[in-house]
Design a protein around this ligand. Structure first.
Ligand SMILES: *[C@@H]1O[C@H](CO)[C@@H](O)[C@H](O)[C@H]1NC(C)=O
Ligand SMILES: *[C@@H]1O[C@H](CO)[C@@H](O)[C@H](O)[C@H]1NC(C)=O
Ligand SMILES: *[C@@H]1O[C@H](CO)[C@@H](O)[C@H](O)[C@H]1NC(C)=O
Length: 249
């Protein structure tokens, strides 16, 4: 299990505009706000999502996960694949992970991204809903998965790990968890297999990892948009993850 460590940076979200940088930090503190806004907007535009959102306005600067959370429920060497669904029943989720190099404020291409999460019943499997894929030339790692159910000890989340290179055995620049609004987990929780989940519901504010992931002005909430205004058919989720590629954990 990794100990929480905060990449010393200026906050990338609009909520906090002046987070003090850590004095011991090896990289220069800077804010990537404009670049994050442009990156987020471009990805939504590409999928035609700019005008049709669950939220009344596009939240440019939310969805930047940078603080680390402990690595839990991890199995090494997942299959190289973008579709990790493996027949699991649930609300389809196209997860668009934008990887941003926070030392340059530029999208980070060709780095290995691993994801793992629970099924609708809140259980981890040995292979399902686990996989790894490299970020594209435009810094996007896209996965086809399902909206995760909650297990007994944490709010609904997806775990992710980002390597410094395209190799799975390369060093790790980020380990984190990304979350959903309580409203989305409540709505999805009424649907199909999610309703059969017997774990007590854990709200975001009750999960310490949510607090970690959403500290220092960062936002680790996936921005969910429904497909065809009919969300049970599936949703698309956007998150931008800030990494320092020179960090070698
Ligand atoms: C998002 O960014 C665009 C372009 O920078 C800007 O025009 C718009 O006002 C921003 N929206 C919000 C909600 O901040
Ligand atoms: C992903 O795999 C599942 C089978 O597990 C399949 O039903 C689904 O159509 C696939 N999704 C995509 C986008 O290919
Ligand atoms: C990981 O980082 C260490 C320390 O910088 C380096 O010596 C090693 O070659 C790196 N490993 C890989 C696989 O890149």
């Amino acid at each position: 299990m990794q100990i929480f460590s905060l990449i010393p940076l200026l906050a990338l979200c609009s909520i906090v505009s002046a987070y003090p940088s850590e004095k011991s930090g090896a990289i220069a503190a800077r804010s990537c706000q404009q670049e994050v806004a442009a990156f987020n907007l471009a990805r939504r535009e590409k999928r035609g999502h700019v005008k049709r959102t669950f939220f009344p306005v596009l939240q440019n600067l939310t969805c930047v996960a940078a603080p680390e959370t402990p690595r839990v429920d991890y199995l090494p060497n997942p299959l190289l694949r973008q579709n990790v669904t493996e027949g699991q029943v649930g609300v389809s989720l196209i997860l668009d992970i934008g990887v941003l190099d926070v030392t340059t404020c530029k999208p980070l291409p060709n780095v290995m991204v691993e994801v793992w999460s629970t099924n609708a019943l809140g259980n981890y499997g040995s292979t399902f809903l686990r996989g790894a894929s490299t970020s594209s030339s435009t810094g996007i790692a896209e996965f086809h998965t399902i909206f995760p159910g909650h297990n007994s000890y944490s709010a609904n989340h997806i775990n992710l790990m980002i390597h410094t290179t395209s190799s799975m055995s390369g060093n790790i620049s980020h380990v984190g968890q990304i979350f959903f609004t309580d409203r989305w987990t409540e709505v999805v929780g009424m649907y199909r297999n999610y309703a059969l989940n017997t774990n007590p519901r854990v709200l975001n504010k009750q999960d310490p990892n949510f607090q970690l992931a959403n500290s220092a002005g960062y936002g680790a909430i996936v921005d969910i948009m429904s497909i065809n205004d009919d969300w049970p058919l599936g949703v698309t989720g956007y998150i931008t993850v800030g990494v320092d590629p020179s960090r070698k954990a």
